[in-house]
Design a protein around this ligand. Structure first.
Ligand SMILES: C[S@@+](CC[C@H](N)C(=O)[O-])C[C@H]1O[C@@H](n2cnc3c(N)ncnc32)[C@H](O)[C@@H]1O
Length: 225
């Protein structure tokens, strides 16, 4: 069972992305637990203000440390200490290898930034790791948090309907997956490669391995070092 808590100003975004399909079914079957926490509920001012101007001047607003800290404390006290991840364009870029490692941790706490980011003192006090989705800047951390959560959650045993062969999937072993085909056998004059219809399992395995290497060379030569 993987527990995932999301600290966010937009809980509905998390529910919309993780409340459907495979992840929702994984939660229903008891393999996953997804909880969202509204940061505004942990403010101590009437306006429920969560951001303020940056010291030293500059554009935009910064998320205040205190509501984030209170929300984080609530999660830890109520659901136990977890591994706290801040989604940030300054973090280490997320990869399948990190998803595998995160799937071994029973409780993940995702902190979703907004505005110009988060008061550094909260990061120093509470964050174990910063993860980036890539070298670009989004308006908030919710999409990145859901991407990390989704990639991690599907590795939890029982979440996928069939015992999936993760080993064949792109990025598992440093290669991209081979091409896939489904019915019909001929579509728009294009046939499925003959070997896949042959029933020769060793031949199919060999063809897929060659195709994986070929397409990794063509599409992502950087992965081959
Ligand atoms: C507009 S961004 C803040 C960027 C910040 N001013 C900087 O330059 O590093 C607002 C929030 O979106 C999220 N975010 C933006 N880009 C991201 C990325 N590439 N990966 C993960 N989270 C990202 C973070 O949570 C961030 O706090």
């Amino acid at each position: 069972m993987l527990q995932m808590d999301f600290i966010t100003l937009f809980p509905d975004m998390i529910s919309a992305l993780l409340g459907e399909s495979i992840i929702a079914r994984g939660a229903k079957r008891g393999h996953l637990c997804v909880r969202t926490h509204q940061i505004r509920d942990f403010t101590q001012n009437k306006q429920k203000q969560v951001d303020d101007y940056p010291y030293g001047g500059g554009q935009g607003m910064v998320m205040m440390a205190d509501p984030l800290f209170r929300c984080h404390e609530y999660v830890r006290e109520t659901h136990g200490p977890g591994h706290t991840i801040l989604l940030s364009p300054q973090g280490r870029v997320f990869r399948q290898s990190r998803a595998k490692e995160l799937a071994e941790i029973p409780h993940l706490i995702f902190v979703c930034g907004r505005y110009e980011g988060v008061d550094e003192r909260f990061i120093e006090a509470c964050v174990d790791e910063e993860i980036s989705l890539g070298d670009f800047v989004m308006t908030g951390g919710e999409i990145a948090a859901c991407a990390v959560a989704d990639a991690t959650a599907r590795l939890i045993p029982g979440v996928l309907a069939e015992e999936a062969s993760f080993e064949d999937e792109s990025h598992w072993s440093g290669l991209l997956e081979y091409p896939q085909y489904t019915r019909p056998e001929v579509w728009n004059g294009l046939s499925v490669p003959q070997v896949l219809l042959s029933g020769n399992h060793a031949g199919i395995r060999e063809w897929r391995r060659e195709q994986s290497e070929k397409r990794t060379r063509e599409k992502r030569p950087d992965m081959l070092g």
